[in-house]
Write a protein that binds this ligand. Structure first.
Ligand SMILES: Cc1ncc(COP(=O)(O)O)c(C=O)c1O
Length: 384
């Protein structure tokens, strides 16, 4: 029903991802190449036909769409009044850093992690406190003792958590989430749970929303957006979901003071259409990405034994262990791009312990994934 083999042509369209040389293949930033469901395009055309693109309100239907989506797919009962519109997850994170912490407070993150978390803390003159994930047997886990010692620090007031975890793809279990929330409550730390990658999962596998665990009403802020799952990142919209009234007021005040609380003309209808009408597209997209991941995994196992894929049931991004190359990740990705045109992300962008890894974006056609595998093989053959 959906053809993901035929991707959108994004060269020369001012695409951030595709602003590369003609011979280059960009598989870096977390941005999909798939064409959206036709119904999303139709909703945009319908809005465009009004032909006056003035200021818009966020309609109730936008919040109701988020509520219905999480209720239907995750049996999670979110109330519309808990939701605050924001132009993106990152604008919300930066705003919450400003509104809930003071200068020089510690903001805790688990590394390796989405690189922009570092910027949101650093740019607001807060102290980045990193708890490194433990890497063992090609899997990552939380170092609970280290995390607790850092949460306990009276200067630690906020943690930015990624659920599922970009870049290594952990789907955190309910037990892990419960342990984290209990710790945050004990040490009076607010947790931002960035759930933007929520429903990009292996078919049949579900992630666990942080709000599924008990407690944390006063501590947990969930950030959600249809943008990653449905390829809408350029239609800037998201929700910050806060159950506690007082904390919600603080977050709302911050987002509005920072002027990231106003929607553009197109985003609300596009997001609502995606969340309400395009769930079969999302399932089909997940199956396609799963097969891309499988192709990459088989190719690596059969042809590139010096690489190891970190297995994950979430994200359209794969995290690859390149330690056996004995090469700095930046050097490898620069060489790969220069010699073959394949542009992927160096693991060092995601924290110091990301060195020895690279991240590749598989939300593209299988033909591009095959091409990328071949380019990887060529680059590695040049190292010998
Ligand atoms: C974990 C995570 N959070 C947030 C974002 C970006 O969110 P937004 O575009 O809504 O600001 C990304 C994009 O890659 C991401 O991976």
């Amino acid at each position: 029903m959906y053809s993901f083999d035929e991707i959108a042509q994004r060269r020369y369209t001012d695409s951030y991802k595709w602003d590369v040389k003609p011979c280059e293949l960009p598989m870096w930033v977390a941005d999909m190449d798939f064409k959206v469901d036709e119904r999303i395009k139709d909703s945009i055309i319908k809005r465009a036909e009004i032909m006056a693109y003035g200021y818009s309100n966020v309609p109730d239907s936008f919040y109701e769409a988020y509520r219905d989506f999480f209720l239907a797919r995750h049996d999670l009962d979110l109330k519309c009044e808990w939701m605050i519109f924001s132009t993106g997850v990152v604008p919300s994170i930066s705003s919450i850093v400003r509104s809930t912490t003071s200068l020089d407070d510690n903001v805790l993150i688990l590394s390796p992690v989405y690189n922009i978390f570092f910027n949101s803390i650093r740019n607001n003159h807060r102290n980045i406190l990193v708890s490194d994930l433990i890497y063992k047997d090609y899997k990552y886990e939380i170092d609970w003792a280290d995390l607790e010692s850092k949460m306990k620090d009276p200067k630690t007031s906020l943690m930015i958590f990624c659920n599922p975890h970009n870049p290594c793809g952990n789907i955190w279990s309910l037990e892990e989430l419960q342990r984290l929330v209990d710790m945050a409550v004990r040490y009076n730390v607010i947790i931002i749970s960035d759930e933007i990658h929520c429903d990009i999962t292996t078919p049949g596998v579900k992630y666990n929303p942080m709000f599924k665990v008990a407690g944390g009403e006063k501590n947990v802020i969930m950030l959600a957006s249809a943008s990653k799952c449905y390829n809408l990142a350029g239609l800037h919209a998201s929700v910050a979901i806060v159950r506690d009234k007082k904390l919600r007021y603080t977050v709302w005040r911050g987002i509005n003071t920072d002027e990231c609380g106003e929607n553009d003309f197109f985003c609300a209808d596009a997001h609502s259409t995606a969340l309400l009408d395009c769930r079969d597209w999302l399932d089909a997209m997940n199956l396609y990405v799963y097969n891309n991941k499988k192709y990459l995994e088989d190719y690596i196992n059969n042809n590139l034994p010096c690489l190891k894929l970190v297995h994950s049931d979430s994200l359209y991004l794969s995290w690859i262990d390149i330690k056996a190359l004995n090469m700095d990740s930046d050097e490898f990705t620069i060489l790969l791009r220069k010699k073959t045109g394949l542009y992927i992300s160096s693991g060092k962008a995601y924290g110091d312990n990301g060195n020895g890894f690279v991240r590749i974006n598989l939300a593209t056609s299988l033909a591009n994934v095959k091409d990328a595998c071949e380019r990887l093989r060529v680059a590695i053959s040049l190292l010998k």
